[in-house]
Ligand binder design. Structure first.
Ligand code: C5P
Length: 239
């Protein structure tokens, strides 16, 4: 397999074409960013930790019946994935209120949300990823009703699977963001699931073990990601 042209560069990952059709190489870099790219830093080993964390979670989701773009890891910080046609939408589920929800609605931080709250955001850094609803998605033709329903039901199913997984590691899955795309007319989970795109709190102390450590300058960012990986039994190779 040959790494070819760089086709997209996000804030923490780069996507390359390969010599295999319909397949991309996803490289996790050490870069960290927050607040729509206003805060940027490089964190040693982040790429390797996140690549292997993502592989473990997406494999677990596949085992539980969620179809994803993930094929396999090909190095400590690179994976092979199916090339999706991405929806410009972020799907967020919240089991507890925190972050932008508290800023927007003034609700108490840590409030348990039952049923869990689902929100759509438009993936657009320049606009600050605004909150949208299904009517925006339909009117602007970002997805059709069937696709909206599929993304929502897959995002909730991920919640059932991962809440339990993290609970067994003495962690609360507070919230997370997923992105989906189309591959041969099927909707697959794309992007990544790592502590960069979710919030995880220790069940006893409510200590944050996710990207909020970077956002809020709490220190030990990658050490915390590794702590989560350890608790899940993920062997991270940093060679
Ligand atoms: O910022 P907010 O509270 O809306 O984030 C909700 C969840 O979605 C968090 O877990 C956050 O890490 C994730 N998220 C993300 N990428 C974004 C926006 C939110 O991974 N662009």
């Amino acid at each position: 397999m040959e790494k070819q042209k760089l086709i997209a560069q996000g804030k923490a990952k780069s996507m390359y074409e390969t010599d295999m059709a319909k397949t991309l190489l996803m490289e996790f870099r050490d870069d960290a960013s927050a607040f729509d790219g206003k805060k940027i830093s490089a964190l040693n080993n982040k790429g390797k930790v996140n690549n292997q964390f993502n592989a473990f979670i997406l494999n677990k989701l596949e085992e539980e019946g969620i179809e994803t773009h993930f094929i396999k890891t090909i190095s400590n910080n690179e994976s092979l994935v199916k090339r999706l046609d991405m929806f410009p939408i972020e799907c967020v589920v919240r089991n507890r209120a925190t972050g932008s929800l508290c800023r927007r609605l003034g609700v108490e931080d840590g409030l348990i949300l039952e049923p869990p709250l689902f929100e759509f955001f438009l993936k657009n850094d320049q606009l600050g990823d605004p909150l949208i609803n299904e009517n925006h998605i339909l009117s602007f033709k970002w997805a059709n009703q069937e696709e909206i329903d599929a993304m929502k039901s897959m995002t909730f199913k991920v919640n059932q699977i991962l809440r339990q997984l993290f609970d067994q590691a003495n962690l609360i899955l507070v919230d997370y963001k997923l992105e989906f795309g189309k591959f041969e007319n099927k909707i697959l989970l794309g992007d990544e699931f790592t502590p960069d795109g979710c919030r995880l709190w220790d069940k006893d102390t409510l200590e944050k073990l996710d990207k909020d450590r970077f956002r809020q300058d709490l220190g030990d960012v990658i050490e915390s990601y590794q702590e989560v990986a350890n608790r899940l039994g993920i062997q991270i190779n940093l060679d």
